[in-house]
Design a protein around this ligand. Structure first.
Ligand SMILES: Nc1ncnc2c1ncn2[C@@H]1O[C@H](COP(=O)(O)OP(=O)(O)OP(=O)(O)O)[C@@H](O)[C@H]1O
Length: 329
């Protein structure tokens, strides 16, 4: 988790520290069945206050289902779920006001002006301000946070695709949420819009202490943004850790590439630092083009999903196994 020293300086220190002990999300044994199909077998996961967590997984793994259950939009089949200390199935308006959800529906409000739309939606949050967390966001501040300060007076219909997506995010965070859900937030972004969006997510986490749970298929994005990565496959979390820790789990070896008198060489070693030191001791200036490559998140992801798929029968939820057996018979 990132440090947030500036928040500790606030007069609301005591209040914030008390609530900071409770995780933003705590899930145990979450199961979800659609008809006769078990999509989530037994999901356990936790998101701490202010933490950015990326939920990865192949198509159909159940990422959106999980997020919708946490948002209180979908009833789970079984399991314990606490979001900001409350069961989402029993969440009231005050609870909902502490969540941020990024939807795409605001694009339909084409005739609204950007600033007016945010001021209008922000009014809903006004009764739910808390010490150290005034609600809603000041519109001018919010527009500059999402990089839309210049577009305050523009009609929604006149925004570019990237600007509309930033407006979607602004709408999601206008209530200064304690927890923000982002389901595949950067689909369709060009590289610049993606980079700007990453900056925004980091600012929300660092400056606003917002916990963020995002789903993505972009491994580079997950690695850049997330404090922690969860991989969902076959209805379970099959990996949970920082990108570096997951990489170390998959391979303790790093590949050292270099050239010796212009001749390219490569070697896989456990102690890359020691190997490189020895290389220079032995060959000095004859060593060039040095590159040390650890397992990438993509290597980790492919390995985890492959491992899960190869041992599917053993790891699948009981019902899935029973069904598979039934089909085979
Ligand atoms: N309302 C529903 N009724 C029946 N099945 C559903 C329903 N919603 C989702 N599913 C099924 O549940 C599974 C998980 O879907 P979900 O959308 O949660 O996956 P996902 O991990 O978000 O996938 P993607 O990466 O493709 O967005 C899929 O097989 C999907 O077809």
């Amino acid at each position: 988790m990132r440090t947030r020293a500036h928040i500790d300086d606030s007069p609301e220190k005591t209040v914030r520290q008390e609530s900071a002990t409770e995780p933003a999300v705590e899930v145990r044994g979450l199961r979800m069945r659609y008809g006769t199909t078990d999509v989530l077998g037994a999901v356990d996961l936790r998101v701490e206050r202010g933490e950015v967590v990326a939920l990865l997984g192949p198509n159909g793994a159940g990422k959106t289902t999980t997020i919708e259950i946490l948002e209180g939009f979908r009833r789970r089949s079984a399991g314990e779920v606490r979001v900001l200390g409350t069961d989402p199935e029993r969440g009231d308006e005050a609870w909902r006001a502490r969540l941020g959800i990024v939807l795409q529906s605001w694009r339909d409000h084409g005739r609204w002006r950007v600033g007016e739309l945010l001021a209008h939606l922000g009014r809903y949050y006004a009764p739910y301000g808390a010490p150290g967390r005034p609600r809603p966001h000041d519109v001018a501040e919010l527009l500059s946070l999402v990089g839309l300060a210049e577009r305050a007076g523009a009609r929604v219909a006149d925004l570019s695709g990237g600007q509309r997506r930033r407006l979607d995010v602004a709408v999601g965070i206008v209530g200064r949420p304690d927890l923000l859900f982002l389901d595949e937030p950067t689909v369709g972004f060009d590289p610049r819009a993606r980079r700007e969006f990453h900056g925004l997510v980091r600012r929300l986490s660092d400056l606003e202490d917002t916990a963020i749970l995002l789903t993505t298929h972009d491994l580079d994005e997950a690695e850049r943004l997330a404090d922690r990565i969860l991989i969902l496959a076959g209805g379970r979390i099959v990996a949970d850790g920082t990108p570096a820790r997951l990489a170390a789990q998959v391979s303790r070896e790093a590949e050292v590439r270099y050239s010796l008198d212009g001749e390219p060489r490569a070697r896989s070693v456990e102690d890359a630092t020691g190997y490189v030191r020895g290389l220079f001791e032995r060959h000095g200036d004859a060593v060039g083009d040095l590159e040390v490559r650890r397992a990438s998140l993509e290597d980790v992801y492919m390995e985890m999903v492959r491992e899960f798929e190869s041992g599917k029968a053993a790891q699948a939820p009981a019902e899935l196994t029973a069904e598979a057996a039934g089909e085979a018979a």
